[in-house]
Design a protein around this ligand. Structure first.
Ligand code: GLY
Ligand code: MN
Ligand code: MN
Length: 431
């Protein structure tokens, strides 16, 4: 698959869709993520604020997008502020976007320097009553410092205390949930790299390899294709480590007879893939491993084939998967048969002993993308399907995770080409 790119028409279209959904007389501001310091002269790898990337394509720090669609002067209807470069700065950190480059990427004609923002602010504020600003309203995001969103809101409220400040997130989330064709192509590409990495790992894993060596194979495959970001820290968990849901130490030896759970995904153009596969370290499942694997696989495939379609919510799917899993846990003799006659609440509570997380989350710019679990699914949304069974007493954990696109009639499994059936995994590991 060739590497897709976004062109400026995509970002122009996203801004238009956002403006069309907002009340008249609105000004919108979205600011870039902070470049976080690490220690002397060092910073953490930069990752743009997902909302700002979605509306502009700009991946550089010190960027502000201002939209004033009703401004009487056309040049103020869309303004992008970017970091002012200098010979001195470029000597140390290399090229920064020129005004013209930022125009080309974003499709915004009026591009100014970041340090000119406050000089132009009265123009941007004067004609609007409603000022839409954004904070990271991802349900899983915990704010622990006054990040760029917060500092921006504090400053602008200080300068213009009498405007109506409103949440942009609800409008943006609505847009980000329904993927455009370009976004689907980009996610498919992230998935294709993730698939390549998995194929490579199938040829690599054997007793004695370290979890971090497996991780290195994955990352090497991404880098070989010019993709230097992972969508999240890879989970490479052998044996009992697989029972730790967010295990990221990845420093144990993969032993003969163990299973290896791997949850990883490439991030391409800021969009995530999210895959989990579980394989036998020595290339052959034991009967017990196979039984547990088959239970997880059956629940996953039943959910994909029968239940994931427009109109249902992730909450509903999660509950359904717990009910299906209850039957499988009885067959595996992990739960008593009588449990199946209990109330749904009791069933879920019991199932959660072995399958303690949810079935699905939205996927997009963020791996755990925006959108709550009570939203009715619609065509264009992408969710993960990731049931699991974790048995602490047996040092055994299995999770299988595919990403699916909701379609008019149901869903399309974007990971259907990635080996999943146990026979196929064993055969590839033999090869
Ligand atoms: N890797 C995070 C998740 O699967 O949700
Ligand atoms: Mn995952
Ligand atoms: Mn996931």
């Amino acid at each position: 698959m060739d590497a897709p790119t976004f062109n400026k028409e995509f970002f122009i279209g996203r801004r238009k869709a956002l403006i069309d959904s907002l009340p008249q007389n609105s000004t919108i501001f979205v600011v870039s993520a902070d470049q976080l310091p690490r220690n002397g002269d060092q910073t953490y790898p930069y990752r743009q604020n997902s909302d700002l990337f979605y509306l502009t394509g700009i991946e550089q720090e010190q960027t502000i997008l201002a939209l004033c669609p009703n401004h009487p002067k056309e040049k103020f209807r869309e303004v992008l502020f970017i970091r002012r470069s200098s010979k001195e700065l470029e000597k140390w950190v290399g090229h920064k976007l020129t005004i013209d480059e930022a125009r080309q990427i974003s499709g915004i004609e009026t591009v100014m320097w970041y340090d000119q923002f406050e000089d132009n602010l009265s123009e941007l504020m004067f004609y609007s009553d409603n000022v839409f600003v954004v904070t990271n309203e991802n349900m899983g995001y915990r704010r622990f410092y006054n990040d760029s969103d917060y500092r921006f809101i504090e400053r602008i409220k200080f300068l213009y205390p009498l405007h109506n400040y409103r949440r942009l997130a609800t409008y943006l989330i609505n847009l980000r949930l329904r993927k455009q064709l370009e976004e689907i192509e980009v996610i498919k590409y992230a998935i294709s790299l993730t698939a390549r990495a998995f194929e490579r790992v199938l040829n690599f894993v054997r007793p004695g390899v370290k979890e971090y060596e497996v991780e290195a194979e994955i990352i090497h495959e991404f880098y070989r294709h010019g993709v230097r970001n992972v969508a999240y820290q890879s989970i490479i968990a052998s044996g009992k480590n697989a029972c730790i849901l967010h295990y990221i130490k990845n420093n144990s030896i993969c032993e003969d007879g163990q299973l290896l759970l791997m949850d990883f995904g490439a991030e391409y153009l800021n969009y995530a893939a999210d895959l989990t596969r579980t394989i036998p370290v020595n290339g052959k499942f034991t009967q017990r491993q196979l039984d547990v694997y088959q239970a997880v696989l059956d629940v996953q495939q039943q959910m994909i084939k029968q239940h994931i379609k427009p109109g249902v919510t992730i909450d509903f799917l999660n509950q359904k998967s717990k009910e299906l899993m209850a039957e499988r846990l009885v067959e595996l003799k992990l739960l008593p048969k009588k449990i199946l006659h209990e109330s749904t609440d009791t069933i879920i509570k019991e199932v959660n002993k072995y399958y303690p997380h949810g079935l699905s989350h939205f996927l997009g710019l963020d791996v755990h993308d925006v959108g709550t679990k009570n939203i009715a699914l619609e065509p264009g949304m992408i969710i993960t399907v990731e049931p699991g069974i974790y048995i602490d007493e047996e040092d055994l954990g299995v999770r299988l995770e595919n990403d699916v696109l909701i379609t008019e009639n149901g869903n399309l499994d974007l990971m259907s080409q990635i080996p999943l059936k146990p026979e196929e995994i064993e055969q590839k590991m033999r090869g």
